[in-house]
Design a protein around this ligand. Structure first.
Ligand code: CA
Length: 218
């Protein structure tokens, strides 16, 4: 169940949105003051913020700016009565994920909320799995079945490239540019060396060599 912070000082609007969200199955909490909204948003207890621009105390743009400088990835939909393009642009530049001018239809708001929550779910996907191989992108841990495998940073990056493209042939040049960047001589055998390291850690048969073409994760 998603928790939604409604930062809105007009009680008529906040109670209408709160009721609507509750009946749609969300858990809404209302903050009528910019400072309260910022404090609540920082707790990590919310999945999305509906952020009015004209809030008392700290205004919506400033709340957003502070959240984004703290690297909070929390999805934010700005609500505002001001429909000028300059405000929209300021909101999106400030890191808002979406923008809804007031007055809005509740159904439209709900559709935007669903969309933003779905996007956020995809972004927070943190594990790549192919067969019994799995990489946790947050903890940088690799496992084969139940066995944890120690990988260096470069080995991890190479493994990630393979797990993002299973069954695809990846050429040495692709792997070199994606994992090592462009500061490597294309004639370098560093890819072959690291594929050998991965084979010794994951098992010999998982990464196939296709002569003259590159490598493929099976
Ligand atoms: Ca307001």
């Amino acid at each position: 169940m998603s928790r939604i912070l409604i930062a809105e000082d007009e009680e008529r609007i906040s109670s209408f949105v709160e009721k609507g969200l509750r009946s749609a199955g969300y858990t809404p909490v209302v903050a009528a003051h910019g400072g309260d909204a910022l404090e609540l948003a920082r707790t990590g207890n919310f999945d999305l913020v509906l952020l009015d621009v004209g809030l008392p105390g700290i205004d919506g743009f400033e709340v957003l700016r502070r959240l984004r400088t703290e690297n909070t990835m929390l999805p934010v939909i700005m609500l505002t009565a001001r429909t000028q393009t300059s405000d929209t642009v300021a909101g999106l530049d400030g890191g808002a994920n979406d923008y809804i001018p007031k007055p809005f239809k509740f159904d439209e708001l709900l559709a935007r909320i669903r969309l933003r929550l779905r996007d956020a779910g995809q972004v927070s996907e943190s594990t790549l799995t192919v067969g019994d191989l799995s990489l946790d992108l947050r903890t940088r841990r690799a496992t084969v079945g139940d066995r944890v495998v120690d990988l260096s940073a470069r080995e991890f990056a190479l493994a990630e490239e393979f797990l993002r493209h299973p069954e695809q042939v990846l050429s040495r040049e692709q792997l070199l540019s994606r994992v090592w960047g462009l500061d490597f001589d294309p004639g370098s055998n560093v890819v072959d060396v690291y594929v050998r390291y991965l084979r010794s850690k994951f098992g010999p048969d998982r990464i196939e060599t296709l002569r003259g073409m590159g490598y493929r994760l099976k």
